[in-house]
Write a protein that binds this ligand. Structure first.
Ligand code: ASP
Length: 337
């Protein structure tokens, strides 16, 4: 009997120790990232920033990360975490999403958003929405409560009403400093090609990995300042501004949408991982510093793989960004260095 026990232990122990190893490695070595967010890429530099302004941005980014992390801690899904984080950023007047969005050439706010589930490859998106308080909630409803992937304009708003989502007058989104920016832009004469000037950044996005091993991504924006009304950027385009696939990674992009659409940047990163065997860092760098930069486009991405490895890559002077690891440690960054 005693001999049998020893024999069992001898066979079982190495297997038992082996099974512990991945956990021990993760806990002691590099902690997995479970949620990352961005608040837009652009000409964000230290000399244009006051300490108070920087503090305000950092506080909202932190609040968004905490909201998403709490969802994950309580056993929520990566989709729930992405929505929780983006809602905070949409409600903040600091970012170009929801309240505080940039304005069209007509002086209105037209909002775009999308979300994708890396487990099922289901996706939902809305574009040109004018009255839905939290466009990311509507994108999720399109994914979960309709047979479609994208709804635009009046059809999207009618669907929002049917789904019981909160609606607000367009003025709710429009803040005085945005009107002023548009006025100045009109004075200078609006360029044909939207540029990532100081005042035009602020799109928001999130990527998350839950305890079930599933990835999700979401993005929400007012687009680009002075855009023609009716213009749709990359943020609601699945494969351009947003993508999630458990077999590769979850991505949210920000930058000059026209370039991200033409290069299908988010899906390019997934494809480079799946078919060329690149790591998430290599794939994101190839898409932003290779493809996008070669085309003359500006912007960045956050990309999270299913092992909790995060890449935050951009070719602009700055990108508001932050992440939280599995232990709840929060990191927030703004500038390139
Ligand atoms: N990508 C967004 C758009 O083109 C803008 C941004 O990220 O700043 O609509």
């Amino acid at each position: 009997m005693k001999g049998l026990l020893i024999a069992l232990l001898m066979v079982g122990l190495p297997a038992f120790l082996n099974s512990l190893q991945p956990e021990a490695h993760e806990a002691s070595d590099t902690a997995r990232v479970v949620l990352a967010i961005h608040g837009g890429a652009g000409t964000i530099s230290r000399d244009r920033m006051t300490p108070e302004r920087e503090q305000r941005y950092r506080a909202v980014l932190r609040e968004a990360l905490e909201a998403g992390y709490q969802v994950l801690q309580e056993g929520g899904t990566s989709l729930d975490a992405v929505v929780a984080a983006i809602r905070v950023l949409e409600d903040s007047p600091l970012f170009n999403a929801g309240r505080g969005a940039v304005l069209t050439n007509e002086g209105t706010a037209e909002l775009d958003a999308s979300i994708m589930d890396g487990r099922t490859l289901q996706a939902g998106a809305v574009a040109g929405v004018k009255t839905v308080k939290n466009p990311i909630l509507l994108a999720r409803q399109v994914m979960e409560a309709s047979p479609h992937v994208m709804l635009v304009g009046r059809g999207a708003e009618t669907f929002a009403q049917e789904q019981g989502l909160e609606q607000v007058p367009n003025e709710y989104f429009i803040l005085p400093h945005r009107r002023e920016q548009l006025r100045r832009m009109r004075e200078r004469g609006m360029g044909a090609v939207p540029e990532l000037k100081e005042h035009t950044y602020g799109t928001v996005g999130a990527v998350a990995l839950d305890r079930y091993g599933n990835l999700a991504a979401g993005t929400s924006t007012g687009g680009i300042m002075g855009k023609r009304f009716g213009r749709v950027g990359d943020s609601p385009i699945i494969g351009a501004g947003t993508y999630a696939d458990n077999a590769a990674c979850a991505i949210s992009a920000t930058g000059q949408g026209e370039y991200f659409i033409r290069a299908a940047i988010a899906h390019e990163i997934v494809a480079l991982m799946k078919y060329a065997g690149l790591t998430v860092e290599q794939a994101a760098a190839a898409a932003i510093h290779g493809t996008l930069t070669r085309m003359g486009g500006r912007g960045g991405v956050i990309a999270l793989d299913r092992n909790g490895r995060l890449a935050m890559v951009f070719n602009t002077p700055g990108m508001y960004r932050g992440y939280v690891d599995e232990h709840g440690h929060i990191t927030i960054q703004i500038y390139r260095d």
